[in-house]
Design a protein around this ligand. Structure first.
Ligand SMILES: O=C([C@H](O)CO)[C@H](O)[C@H](O)COP(=O)(O)O
Length: 208
């Protein structure tokens, strides 16, 4: 099981400051969507150059132009690229082709896909590396989390590995772990804390 740290509301300087505190404790660093919108793909290159031993996931949330956008991001240094489960199947399949050509990986973000079951079963046939159950920040604000969808998706996925994201913290993590996701994605529960290293250590203690 891997811990992915999502860096969303940062710039390159802020991201490097956080990583200087916790880089040795995490497995994957996510260049979050707001971070990418703010800094562009150069953020991927800067972070990968600074921390080459970390896997870098670029949360570009590809919705179209699967081959072009995936290659753009892989060439910037990303190890994993995200594509939306809401995108056309051909878009997801084009991202997978680009990933295999670049010897990189694909995570399909199921954010806001309803009903999720049938679409997950379709996508699980596309040779994607990860399928991510994800409760977006706007839906989190309505008091919702990823647990119910994770229970459903864990029961039907046969090929892809499972990732989970959406407001995960020390308190909400234990029931999530019972479904043994391959990647646990945590953002605000770490980055909003004054002592980020202690926050990561607390999360890892629950994961152990
Ligand atoms: O992908 C994310 C969201 O859509 C904002 O871009 C976050 O990185 C993801 O939800 C993890 O962050 P937290 O929900 O703060 O743990």
């Amino acid at each position: 099981m891997k811990l992915q740290l999502a860096l969303d509301l940062v710039d390159c300087q802020g991201a490097k400051a956080i990583l200087s505190e916790v880089h040795d404790l995490i497995d994957i660093v996510e260049i979050g969507t707001p971070f990418l919108l703010k800094e562009g793909v150069r953020a991927i290159t800067e972070i990968k150059s600074a921390y080459p031993s970390l896997e870098v996931l670029a949360d570009v949330k590809i919705m179209d132009g699967g081959d072009y956008e995936a290659r753009l991001v892989y060439n910037a240094g990303a190890d994993i690229v995200t594509v939306l489960g809401a995108a056309a199947s051909v878009t997801i399949q084009n991202v997978v082709k680009a990933a295999r050509a670049c010897r990189k990986q694909v995570l399909v973000d199921m954010i806001a896909v309803e009903p999720i079951e049938q679409r997950v079963m379709q996508i699980d046939q596309f040779d994607v590396d990860y399928i991510c159950v994800h409760t977006g920040t706007d839906v989190q604000a309505q008091g919702k989390g990823p647990l119910d969808e994770l229970q459903c998706v864990s029961a039907i996925v046969r090929n892809a590995r499972i990732a989970v994201a959406g407001g995960i913290n020390q308190e909400t993590l234990p029931p999530i772990l019972s479904y043994r996701p391959e990647i646990v994605i945590v953002g605000g529960a770490i980055t909003a804390k004054a002592d980020k290293r202690q926050a990561v250590l607390a999360i890892k203690e629950v994961m152990a």
